[in-house]
Design a protein around this ligand. Structure first.
Ligand SMILES: Cc1cc2nc3c(=O)[nH]c(=O)nc-3n(C[C@H](O)[C@H](O)[C@H](O)COP(=O)(O)OP(=O)(O)OC[C@H]3O[C@@H](n4cnc5c(N)ncnc54)[C@H](O)[C@@H]3O)c2cc1C
Length: 277
């Protein structure tokens, strides 16, 4: 069955890291009243390449659902077609359009909301921004929707661990820092693998910091580690846990993080992930 294609008009394009060539894009679906999606889902963008071949690529939506709009966060990939097409101001100027279908995907928050670790590298931050906007709708400004100021986190601890090499590629840093100041249960932990001496924040890989959080939390709550296996007689649909981890980025990081959590006895349903490659 042919998928329904929508035309999305680019309303804003901002380079959020010159060094990493990363762009924040805001689109509007003219003629549509709303474009509902669950935070964390992706759209598929469709365009014709210079050889006349139709190309389709997935891009996580970097915002929570708001009217007929959605945001993307795109990294140029060397030698790649679509990422450069979207990032380039000549190929896709403000006011230009792309064709999309969706929303798609199962990288979504499990409900009810529990303590959650959000692990991302690179543009894997995109769905995490969607999660953060949905959990803690902004109080005002252009991203504040009808739920402005509401708090859907149930007071649970939400740790966002964002890993990148350099300080210049910490995307949306000011936004997440402002959210952490506003919401004491939102913990923003950017970590650099190649930090300069002046960097005072965390260093190392995201999975190392996830481990620390899991261990400290278990200690604080008096929980055993590794956690005991789940009773196999419980139907899968009825399984629920008091903590989940959401992982998004390139496969090597996703696999490394999943292995760490599995070593703590985590059930595979507790680890929700999206791989970009
Ligand atoms: C569910 C999903 C969501 C995604 N969300 C995003 C997003 O929010 N933002 C974003 O920038 N990308 C995202 N991607 C990746 C995106 O779909 C494309 O793969 C990426 O933009 C490269 O496409 P391209 O046409 O430029 O490169 P291609 O022409 O497809 O590939 C060129 C070369 O780059 C390599 N490559 C492909 N993808 C990557 C990558 N992500 N990083 C490094 N090397 C790569 C290929 O192996 C190939 O050698 C997502 C992928 C998936 C599956």
């Amino acid at each position: 069955m042919a998928r329904e294609l929508y035309t999305a008009r680019l309303e804003k394009k901002i380079c959020i890291s010159q060094v990493a060539q990363c762009y924040h894009l805001e689109f509007v679906l003219d003629g549509m009243e709303s474009f509902p999606f669950a935070p964390g889902q992706f759209i598929s963008a469709v365009a014709t390449d210079p050889n006349g071949k139709q190309q389709t690529r997935a891009y996580s939506i970097a915002s929570a659902s708001r009217e007929n709009r959605f945001d993307l966060c795109i990294n140029r990939v060397e030698g790649g077609f679509f990422s450069n097409y979207l990032a380039d101001l000549t190929d896709l100027p403000v006011g230009g359009t792309i064709q999309i279908h969706g929303p798609h995907g199962h990288f979504i928050l499990q409900e009810p909301i529990t303590d959650s670790i959000l692990l991302a590298t690179g543009t894997g931050i995109a769905p995490m921004r969607g999660f953060a906007q949905w959990l803690f709708p902004p109080e005002d400004g252009p991203d504040a929707g009808p739920n402005a100021g509401e708090d859907r986190s149930n007071g649970k601890d939400i740790w966002l661990i964002y890993g990148t090499r350099h300080e210049t590629d910490v995307y949306y840093q000011e936004e997440f820092e402002a959210l952490a100041r506003r919401k004491p249960n939102f913990h923003y932990l950017p970590t650099l693998s190649r930090a300069l001496p002046a960097w005072t924040g965390l260093r190392g890989y995201v999975q190392e910091h996830a481990s620390k959080i899991v261990e400290e939390r278990a200690h604080r709550l008096g929980l055993p580690l590794p956690q005991p296996p789940v009773d196999p007689s419980i139907p899968k649909a009825d399984l629920c846990f008091d903590i989940y981890c959401y992982i998004c980025g390139l496969n090597f990081m996703v696999s490394a993080a999943r292995e760490r959590l599995a070593a703590y006895g985590w059930h595979r349903k507790q680890i929700v992930f999206e791989r970009y490659d």
